[in-house]
Design a protein around this ligand. Sequence first.
Ligand SMILES: N[C@@H](CCC[C@H](N)C(=O)O)C(=O)O
Length: 258
Amino acid sequence: MQKTIEFYKYQGTGNDFVMIDNRDLQFPKEKELIEKLCDRRFGIGGDGLILLEDDENSDFRMVYYNSDGNESTMCGNGGRCIVAFAHFLDIFENTATFEAVDGLHEAEIHNGIVKLKMIDVAGINKDGDHSVLNTGSPHFVQYVEDLEHFKVYDQGNKIRNSATYRNEGINVNFVEEIGDHEIFVRTYERGVEDETLSCGTGATAAALVYLKDRDENMVNVKVLGGNLKVYAEQHGGSFTEVWLEGPAKQVFRGKIDL
Ligand SMILES: N[C@@H](CCC[C@H](N)C(=O)O)C(=O)O
């Protein structure tokens, strides 16, 4: 028998997701189906697909898949989008907690701007002159000049598929300081295997690398799809109170015949 499922499309600074209310657990979690739904020609199109499910200890649970159809680690922009979705579904009023693959998150929403608490970050490692850290997903951070014209796909793909990172994969962020308290970040994403217009855990990773050893606790992050802010408290190399803030919007809704 044919099954019809309602979906919503969300974007957070241009990182876009197919969003499904799966509180009835009716969505078939099949890699090929998810990959097809995320396909921009044969499906709805998206950098990932997100399921909202019930959770015993918080307002809801987030289950995240990359556009390659594989379940993955934390998605910061997806986290901001699912908060906007849960708010739209009247699951909470202004503040929420939700469970994701990397643990419990707090969030708040005001006029379409979502502030999401990210995991604490124990430290930043070095790979040569560059930085490697986990902000819920693994990230490589490299400072470059003239980021606007930098070959993000070529260089990102090369680092992601290098011997060090090939097996587990890594997201690769290129960063340029463009002003006081302002960085520009472009990201090659694992699991999308392309540059996306924004990566929330990537913007967070780049921000922490920028904030490290500076007496500052906020940085504006420009990405191709808009503007984010990252806040953090520093404790000699580790970070707590890491918050990612920016817009998250519903773009359209529709039905999928399975
Ligand atoms: N777009 C995301 C990151 C999603 C996960 C990533 N592709 C991975 O598999 O590590 C974000 O906004 O953080």
